[in-house]
Design a binder for this molecule. Structure first.
Ligand code: ZN
Length: 248
């Protein structure tokens, strides 16, 4: 899009209120850290930050109608997002082509589950309350989401997510993670849903400095660019339809 993308960073914002470790790590919130990075990138026209405490949970019709791509971080309060707002997010993706990037524990967010149609459950572990090493391997080196990213991103400490991850087969698989404990996980997954695109990206546990990692931030930015809406000139027609050729 020539004028740049309008991005909304949706951040639940609950850990930041309750957990001193998260406050210390992300003084401007997890959303604030992601937003400040995106604001500096080319092709981004605006970055709006919203949380659960924003009007209509940050998911008002006005917000959704003026968002090209939404990133979503949530964990503790998935169930507090109303079914009505979650359905609106789903519709924004399917019917209008809004891009959606569910991050980390947003695998259990209502909009993601609606868009997938599966449980989206998985194995998980916070090893010794700290975490363990993760390596994210690029498995789709021609994909725009890995532009400028090394073939392996190493995170010294991460929460483990392991297969089986109950998702529909991704249209494109971009990253597979390896964990010190032996598990693997499909950490970067792309789907098309109606007019829209969804990119799930795994890293981002709230007590670890993962959103300060340049490679991780780059993947999120690339994901935003990839998930941008595409507009067919004149729109798409779905109804009873007359032949284009003269009568025969
Ligand atoms: Zn986590």
């Amino acid at each position: 899009m020539e004028d740049g993308l309008r991005v909304t960073v949706w951040n639940e914002g609950v850990h930041e209120k309750k957990d001193a470790r998260v406050q210390e790590l992300y003084p401007n919130g997890i959303g604030g850290q992601i937003a400040q990075y995106l604001r500096k990138q080319p092709g981004i026209a605006s970055v709006r930050e919203v949380t659960m405490d924003s009007p209509e949970q940050g998911l008002s019709d006005e917000v959704l109608e003026t968002t090209d791509v939404m990133t979503w971080w949530g964990h503790k309060a998935h169930h507090e997002v109303t079914d009505e707002r979650a359905a609106k997010v789903q519709a924004a993706v399917v019917e209008r082509g809004m891009g959606l990037l569910p991050l980390h524990s947003a695998h259990f967010s209502k909009p993601f589950i609606l868009l997938m149609g599966t449980s989206c459950s998985l194995k998980w572990r916070e090893y010794k309350g700290i975490g363990e090493k993760e390596r994210l391997w690029v498995v789709n080196p021609g994909h725009p989401i890995v532009d400028g990213v090394p073939e392996c991103i190493e995170l010294e400490l991460a929460e483990m997510y392991g297969e089986h991850f109950d998702i529909p087969q991704p249209d494109q698989l971009v990253f597979i993670s390896w964990f010190r404990g032996g598990e693997v996980f499909r950490s970067g997954c792309c789907w098309h849903r109606g007019l829209g695109k969804v990119f799930y990206f795994r890293p981002g546990h709230e007590t670890l400095p993962i959103y300060y990692n340049d490679h991780i931030l780059r993947v999120i930015y690339n994901g935003v660019r990839w998930a941008a809406p595409v507009r067919v000139a004149g729109g798409i027609t779905r109804r009873k339809f007359a032949p284009l050729e003269p009568e025969w």
